[in-house]
Ligand binder design. Structure first.
Ligand SMILES: Cc1cc2nc3c(=O)[nH]c(=O)nc-3n(C[C@H](O)[C@H](O)[C@H](O)COP(=O)(O)OP(=O)(O)OC[C@H]3O[C@@H](n4cnc5c(N)ncnc54)[C@H](O)[C@@H]3O)c2cc1C
Length: 418
C-alpha cells in the first residue's frame, strides 16, 4: 500500500466499496489523502473467504447487479475475473401438499400485480409501506415477503414502496466466480489505507478538521464519511459540533436490515451435472428459503435469509442456521443429499461491529432521505456509501459510484481552501 500522509487534504473514513472508490478517484486527481479503516481488512460488506484453496465464497455481495451500468464489470474484465451473465431467477419447490393446486404462473401473476401496486402508490405520491401497498394474505404472500426481505433486508411493513420503485433494475445480475469481495478489495492496491484505525471523533469546530482514531489524530480540510448508517446511528463516531437534526433524521430513516448467507459445503458433487442453479423452497411449516446450488461448479450450496427472520436466526447462532438450511435442503432434494456435507459457514452481518446489518432501506414515507444523507455539511463533511445512492442503493456499485462523486466534491472543496 502507498505511503501514508499525516496531514492530508482529504481523509476518507471506511475502506468499503465507497471508500475505495473515493480513494481511486482522489489518486486520479493527484490529491493528498488517506483512508482510515476500522477493521483488519478492506472491503467492508464486500468480503470473499476461501472455503478451501481456490474455492471462494462471498459472505457479502456476490452479484454485479444492473450489470450493463455497473462499473465493476469493466474492472472485472481488466482484472481477468470470470462472471456469468444472466438474471436472478429461482425455481419454486414445494415441500408439502398445500401448494399442489397452485402453479408457478399464479405466483408470477401475484408478483406482477404487486409490482404494479407499488408503482401505482408511487405514481400517486403516496409513500406507503410495501405491505400497505399490495394485496395481502394470498397463497403467494409469504413467498413475496421473503423476496422483499432478501432485496431490502427488511420485512414489507418496514420498507417504503417509493424507495423500491426508485431502484433502477435492468434484470442483469451477474455472479463473480473469484468473488465480488476479492474484486472490490483489489481496488485498495496502491492506495494509502490504514487498517485497525477506527475513527472515534470528527471535530470540525476549527479551521482544520481533527479526526481522532485508535492510532492517533490527523488534520484534514475535508472528510468523506462512508461508514454504514448502522454505524452512524450507533454513535460510534462522535461529531463536534453534533450533526444537524436533518442529517440525523436521514440516518435514522435509512436503517440497515438483516440478510445472511449460510454455506453448506460438500466433499463431492452431490447434485449431479443437471441441477437447477437456484431453488426456493416454500413450505407451510416454515419460512421460505432460497438456495444457490453449486455455483460455478463449486461443491457448496448457499442459502439466504432476510429481514426479521434473519435477525432471529442470527441470534439463534450459526449451528441453528446451518441445521435449518440442512433440513430445508433435505426437504427439497431428499434426506441423503447432506450425507457428504463436510462443513458450514454462516454470516452474521448484524453482529459485525463495523457494519451492524446488511443494507439500507428507506422507512415508509422516507424515500427522499437518501438525497439528504448524500448532502455535504458546510462543504467540509461529505457523505458516501450505499445508503446515499438513490437508484442503486444496497449495492456495491452504488456505493462505489457514490465514492467517486464525493471524492470529486471533497477534493474541489479542499483545494479551494488551500
Ligand atoms: C449478505 C449480503 C449480500 C449482499 N449481496 C450483494 C450483491 O449480491 N450485490 C451487490 O451489489 N451488493 C450486495 N450487498 C450490498 C453491498 O455489499 C453493500 O451495499 C456495499 O458493499 C456497501 O459498501 P459501502 O462502502 O457503502 O459500506 P461498507 O462496505 O460498510 O464500508 C464501510 C467501511 O467503514 C468501516 N468502518 C466502520 N466504522 C468505522 C470507523 N469508526 N472508522 C473507520 N472505518 C469504519 C467498515 O469496517 C467498512 O469497511 C450485499 C450485502 C450483504 C451484507
Amino acid at each position: 500500500m502507498a505511503e501514508f500522509p499525516t496531514s492530508p487534504d482529504v481523509v476518507v473514513i471506511g475502506a468499503g466499496a465507497a471508500g475505495l472508490g473515493a480513494g481511486r478517484k482522489l489518486m486520479e486527481l493527484g490529491a493528498s489523502f488517506c483512508i482510515l479503516e476500522a477493521a483488519h481488512r478492506v472491503g467492508g460488506r464486500a468480503y470473499t473467504e476461501e472455503l478451501a484453496p481456490n474455492v471462494p465464497f462471498d459472505l457479502g455481495c456476490h452479484w454485479m447487479h444492473t450489470a450493463s451500468r455497473n462499473p465493476f464489470v469493466e474492472l472485472a474484465d481488466e482484472a481477468g475475473f470470470t462472471y456469468r451473465k444472466g438474471r436472478f431467477e429461482s425455481n419454486l419447490r414445494f415441500s408439502d401438499d398445500w401448494s399442489h393446486s397452485r402453479d408457478e404462473e399464479a405466483c408470477e401473476d401475484y408478483y406482477e400485480r404487486s409490482s404494479k401496486a407499488l408503482q401505482d402508490v408511487h405514481a400517486a405520491d403516496l409513500d406507503l409501506s410495501v405491505a400497505d401497498a399490495i394485496e395481502r394474505d394470498g397463497p403467494w404472500t409469504s413467498a413475496y415477503d421473503y423476496w422483499i426481505s432478501l432485496s431490502t433486508s427488511h420485512d414489507p411493513d418496514q420498507v417504503s414502496a417509493t424507495d423500491m420503485c426508485n431502484y433502477v433494475d435492468t434484470d442483469e445480475d451477474w455472479p463473480v466466480k473469484e468473488g465480488y469481495g476479492t474484486l472490490v478489495a483489489g481496488l485498495a492496491t496502491g492506495l494509502p489505507v490504514r487498517l485497525n484505525s477506527a475513527v472515534t471523533e470528527i471535530d470540525s469546530s476549527q479551521q482544520d478538521i481533527r479526526i481522532t482514531t485508535a492510532k492517533g489524530t490527523l488534520n484534514a480540510k475535508t472528510v468523506i464519511i462512508t461508514v454504514s448508517t448502522g454505524i452512524l446511528e450507533g454513535g460510534d463516531i462522535r461529531f463536534t459540533p453534533e450533526l444537524p437534526d436533518w442529517k440525523r433524521a436521514a440516518i435514522s430513516d435509512l436503517p440497515l436490515g438483516c440478510h445472511n448467507r449460510i454455506c453448506l459445503a460438500f466433499d463431492r458433487n452431490v447434485f449431479g451435472d443437471d441441477h437447477p442453479l437456484d431453488v426456493t423452497l416454500l413450505s407451510s411449516e416454515s419460512e421460505p428459503m432460497a438456495f444457490h446450488i453449486s455455483p460455478f461448479g463449486f461443491n457448496y450450496v448457499s442459502a439466504v435469509t432476510g429481514g426479521r427472520f434473519a435477525d432471529w436466526l442470527e441470534r439463534a447462532g450459526p449451528e441453528a442456521s446451518a441445521d435449518l438450511a440442512k433440513e430445508n435442503l433435505q426437504k427439497a432434494f431428499g434426506s441423503s443429499i447432506t450425507e457428504h456435507m463436510v462443513r458450514h459457514l454462516v454470516t452474521a452481518w448484524r453482529g459485525d461491529p463495523w457494519i451492524r446489518g446488511a443494507y439500507s432501506a428507506a422507512r415508509p414515507g422516507a424515500a427522499h432521505q437518501r438525497a439528504r444523507l448524500a448532502e455535504p455539511i458546510d462543504d467540509r463533511l461529505f457523505f458516501a456509501g450505499e445508503a446515499t445512492s438513490q437508484q442503486v442503493y444496497a449495492t456495491a456499485h452504488g456505493a462505489y459510484l457514490s465514492g467517486l462523486k464525493a471524492a470529486e466534491a471533497a477534493h474541489t472543496a479542499a483545494t479551494s481552501r488551500s
